[in-house]
Every structure is written in structure tokens, then in C-alpha cells.
Design a protein around this ligand. Structure first.
Ligand code: SF4
Ligand code: SF4
Length: 563
């Protein structure tokens, strides 16, 4: 019996055809080792990891090949032992068709692990545990690939009321969480025990859609053992109504706890945090077994002879996976994810990554091209279906018109891209495509703006530096001129003093002659300026001339008196 828990409803949602049975008939199989593994370094939200290996190097299974770039990042590891063939740009499993830095490994067939050892999180500080999980590459496996160590933080209060484990898996065709819960419930609950302790959480609510009775039964049995060990009912498996997108984090939190996390706020501020069940399993493997995240369960389904779930090493080409399931001859596309939220892949050679929960093979028959887009009739059906309480048609108008500021005012970034609005739209408008376009444009502009801000700051700093250098130069010149004037005034005063000795008379004569010569030269060179010379300037010139004359005098060969 699943726990008796008061359930709440979220607004909107739809009931698409689930198509899940085809891939749950067989147990999880281990996908064969491919000839080459192409492991992208950037597999999570946050900074792309730095490559830690070079071509020609031998690596072990679980060896770190990409180091986390700061705290908002997550490490990447070799999925097996072998030789690094290259660290180079390869096509990414992303709809953009862009390439990114990957480590290409040729497996040696020995599958030799690094030394593995459990991490004693109970005797580590929370910061040490989070750093360990960051370096173990653990990220959210529900699709968002947010680094898990950042979420394992209870926030301001330091403790939580509820830890929610998301086993809803509401997207059509995808069953990787379902089979994981059926086949590995104990490890999953062990992961929940670790997470609960790290978050100082009260209860653990495991939400599973009611179309997965086998998973519910398996998880209840494992939870009962954990509750018996704890001496109280902490781990509660809750069957939730099947309604897409019940697996959205905010939607599941709402259903299980009644808490409505407002736009732009964190659930931890409301005493609750939510993780995918696959993430709980990955945390168990990292902490209890000392194994970094190098593989995951992937559903291969759609236009194939036998849909199934496989445990797949990251870096395995998607075409190797689909080949295991016998793609039907009319297959014409690969989608990563499900039909509601998935992305069309640029080719079937792209690798399986941490975000790959499903490789969906498509065809024109399975996913017929949508009828032509018609004008919006403002029927409001999209708003009724939106589980995030947004106004999709307003966001559509402004995204389409490229008035992105207004689209943001309508909370564009709270859109979880669930596709419910497009699913119900009678005008068949591909609304999510417009939102994705608007978001990518806003991000691109933000990036451009940040780059322009940096360039402007650099330019302003250069101007400031040049101005400062100019002022310093002017100050130095002024000081030098003042010193020269003082010297000249002293020389003039000296010249004006009545001579008392023959030497002084000779010196005065020299100064007067020099003064005269300087004046004559000045007149000759710049007759127009002569009249403007102040007495100090004239004295200055005279002093210079006198000094020159002195030097000339001293430089003359001396004739001894007695010679
Ligand atoms: S459902 Fe479609 S036609 Fe109706 S208001 Fe929304 S976008 Fe317009
Ligand atoms: S895709 Fe966005 S706007 Fe459309 S229903 Fe989902 S959350 Fe709402």
C-alpha cells in the first residue's frame, strides 16, 4: 500500500498517449562496449570542465578526464579503460548541430576500474561531501543535468521538511526511471538515506505516477525496510495521478505537499527539495561504492522492433543503441527525450550523455508532420493547459514579434517547455519552438551584452590609464621647469651681485656675454617670440648659455704658467 498522503492538484496538464508498455517487457540490459567512446566534456549546466588528459594517454574506467571549472560545474570521467585517441571537437547531441570538445577513447577491452572506495560522508563536512559529488560528476538525471552538489544544500534554514524523489516519469515512451525503481529499489532508497542526511530533511516523499504499479510495489518494499531500520515512517512512496507533466519538479512538489513555489523562488526556501530517482541512484553509487557517474539507464523506443532499457556508458554512439533494437526501415529521425520535450538530433552518431534519458526513433508514420500553422484565434486553450499558470499566447505573440522584453514580462523563463500548450492549440502553432527561439535570442543578447560590457570597461580603463599617465608626465615636466627656473633665477641673482674678486668679474662677464648671445640667437631663430620673453626666461637661457661657456672653458687645454 502506498502511503496515505493528502494529494493536491496542479493546474493545467494533458493526457497524451503514454506508449510505455513496449519498453518495460524486458529487464534492463547492459549495452555492449562500442568501438569508440566520444565523451563530451560539457555535460551539465555550468562551466565546461577542463580536459585533464591528452591524446595517447592510457585511462582507467572512472578516471577523471574533465575537471570541474569552479563550483557551478561538474566533472566528467572515462567510461571504460583504454587509450585517449583525441581531445577534439565533435558533433554534440543537441538540436543546434554544433560541435564541442570531446575526449575520444578507444576501449582496451579490460574495463579496468580506478581504485574505488566508499566516501565517509558522515565524517565529512557538508562542503567536503558536496565537493566529492562535484568531482564524481553527479548531476540531475531527470533531463536538466543540474549539478547535484549545488542542490544538496538545505538553504537558509539549514534543514528541510521534505525531500521529494521524483519517480513520476510522465513523458510518453520513457520508462528508464520505472525500470530502475522496479529493479534497483534498495540502492535507490540507500541513496535517499544519504541525501536525507545531507539535507537534514524530515520525511522523504517518493512520488510515482499510478501507471507504474510494479515500481510502486518494489519501492514500497524497500522503503518498508528503511523505515523499520529507522524505527519510524520516514520514507513514503506516494502514488500520484497520471497526468502530464506531473513529473515537473514544481508540479510534483505541489501535488505531494501543496506548496506552490512562486515564480523565480527556490523550493528550499519553502522547506522542500526535489531530485529525480535516477539521481538518488547515482548518489548512492558515488558515495557508497566510490563510483563516479559514467553510465545511466536509457530507454530506446519508438519506431523499433523491440523497445528496451539499456545501461549505457556515456560516449556510446546513439546509432549503436538503436541498432540493438532493430530500427524499422522507414525510420527517419532520432529524438533525445520524449515526443513532448525531446530534441531532434543532428545525426545518429552523436553520443549518449548524462542528459539522455531516451533515444526515440521516429518516422513519418509515428510522428506525422503537423498540419500547417494557422493564426492564433485567442481561444485561451493554451492558458488552460499550462501547468505553470502562464499565458502562452501572450508569450507567443511577443516571441514571434521579437519583443523579447515583453515576453520576459510574461515570465517566459518560467516556461518548463512541457509542450501542453502546443498539444492543445487548435491552430497547431508550434508554441514551444517560439519560446525556445526567444530564450536562445535573449541568452545570446545577454552574452553579447556581457561581452560588450567587458570591452567597454576595458576601453574606459585604458582611457583612465592614459589620462593618469598624461597627468603624471605633465606634473614631472612642471616640476622640472620649476627647478630650471629656480636655477636660472639663482644664476641671474649671482650675475647681478657686484663682483668683488677678479674670478667673480670673469664669471659675470661670461654670464653677461652668454645672456647677450642667447638673446641674439633667440632673435635670429624666432624674431616674433623675442619680445614675449620674460626676464626669468631670458635669465634661464642665459644660465644655460653661461653653463655651456663654463664647460667650453673647462674643456680648453690648460697652459701651465711656468711653461
Ligand atoms: S491555443 Fe493556440 S489559438 Fe488558442 S489562444 Fe493559444 S495560441 Fe492562440
Ligand atoms: S510549454 Fe511553457 S507555456 Fe506551454 S504549457 Fe508548458 S509551461 Fe506553459
Amino acid at each position: 500500500m502506498s502511503a496515505l498522503q493528502r494529494l493536491f492538484k496542479f493546474n493545467g496538464g494533458v493526457k497524451p498517449a503514454y506508449n510505455k508498455d513496449a519498453s518495460t517487457g524486458l529487464p534492463i540490459a547492459v549495452a555492449p562496449m562500442p568501438k569508440q567512446l566520444v565523451i563530451p566534456l560539457h555535460q551539465s549546466i555550468g562551466g565546461p570542465p577542463r580536459p585533464l588528459v591528452v591524446a595517447g594517454e592510457r585511462v582507467l574506467k572512472g578516471q577523471r578526464i574533465g575537471g570541474a571549472d569552479g563550483n557551478v560545474s561538474s566533472a566528467v570521467h572515462a567510461s571504460t579503460s583504454g587509450t585517449v585517441l583525441a581531445v577534439e571537437m565533435r558533433l554534440m547531441p543537441h538540436t543546434s548541430g554544433l560541435s564541442a570538445m570531446c575526449v575520444v577513447i578507444e576501449p582496451d577491452g579490460r574495463d579496468e576500474w580506478i581504485p574505488r572506495q566508499a566516501f565517509d560522508y558522515r565524517n565529512a563536512t557538508p562542503a567536503q561531501s558536496r565537493e566529492y559529488l562535484r568531482d564524481a560528476g553527479v548531476v540531475g538525471l531527470g533531463g536538466a543535468v543540474f549539478p547535484s552538489h549545488l542542490k544538496l544544500n538545505a538553504g537558509k534554514t539549514g534543514k528541510l521538511d521534505s525531500l521529494v524523489l521524483n519517480g513520476a516519469e510522465c513523458e510518453p515512451f520513457i520508462t528508464c526511471d520505472d525500470v530502475l525503481m522496479r529493479e534497483r529499489p534498495k540502492a535507490l532508497i540507500d541513496g535517499a538515506v544519504i541525501m536525507r542526511e545531507m539535507l537534514c530533511a524530515g520525511e522523504v516523499l517518493i512520488g510515482i505516477e499510478d501507471n507504474k504499479p510494479e515500481a510502486i510495489a518494489a519501492m514500497e518494499a524497500a522503503a518498508a525496510v528503511a523505515n523499520a531500520a529507522a524505527g519510524e515512517e520516514i520514507y513514503k512512496v506516494v502514488s500520484v495521478p497520471t497526468r502530464y507533466p506531473a513529473g515537473g519538479a514544481k508540479q510534483l512538489i505541489r501535488v505531494l505537499t501543496g506548496i506552490e513555489v512562486p515564480h523565480g523562488e527556490r523550493s528550499t526556501d519553502y522547506g522542500v527539495q526535489c531530485f529525480n530517482v535516477g539521481t538518488a541512484y547515482a548518489i548512492y553509487e558515488a558515495i557508497a561504492l566510490g563510483q563516479p557517474l559514467i553510465s545511466r539507464i536509457v530507454t530506446v523506443a519508438g519506431n523499433v522492433g523491440q523497445a528496451r532499457n539499456y545501461e549505457v556508458l556515456f560516449g556510446t554512439p546513439m546509432k549503436d543503441l538503436t541498432a540493438l533494437c532493430g530500427p524499422l526501415p522507414d525510420s527517419d529521425r532520432i529524438i533525445m527525450g520524449g515526443p513532448m520535450m525531446g530534441f531532434l538530433m543532428p545525426g545518429d552518431e552523436v553520443p549518449v550523455v548524462k542528459a539522455t534519458n531516451c533515444v526515440l526513433v521516429g518516422s513519418r508514420a509515428l510522428f506525422p508532420p503537423p498540419p500547417p500553422e494557422m493564426p492564433c484565434i485567442r481561444c485561451g486553450e493554451c492558458a488552460k493547459a499550462c501547468p505553470s499558470d502562464l499565458q502562452p499566447f501572450e508569450m507567443y505573440w511577443f516571441s514571434r514579434a521579437k519583443i523579447f522584453g515583453k515576453a520576459q514580462e510574461y515570465h517566459l523563463f518560467d516556461c518548463i517547455e512541457c509542450g501542453c500548450c502546443a498539444y492543445v492549440c487548435p491552430s497547431r502553432i508550434p508554441l514551444v519552438d517560439y519560446y525556445r527561439f526567444a530564450k536562445s535570442e535573449i541568452w545570446a543578447r545577454e552574452t553579447d551584452k556581457e561581452a560588450a560590457d567587458v570591452a567597454r570597461e576595458r576601453y574606459e580603463f585604458r582611457l583612465l590609464r592614459e589620462e593618469r599617465e598624461k597627468q603624471e608626465k605633465a606634473a614631472k615636466l612642471a616640476a622640472k621647469t620649476a627647478a630650471g627656473r629656480e636655477k636660472a633665477a639663482a644664476a641671474l641673482a649671482e650675475a647681478e651681485k657686484p663682483a668683488t674678486t677678479p674670478e667673480e668679474e670673469a664669471k659675470h662677464a661670461l654670464i653677461s656675454a652668454a645672456l647677450e648671445r642667447a638673446r641674439a640667437q633667440k632673435e635670429q631663430a624666432h624674431p616674433e617670440n623675442t619680445v614675449d620673453l620674460t626676464p626669468e626666461q631670458q635669465a634661464e637661457i642665459a644660465a644655460i648659455e653661461a653653463r655651456r661657456a663654463e664647460i667650453r672653458e673647462m674643456a680648453k687645454p690648460h697652459v701651465r704658467q711656468d711653461d
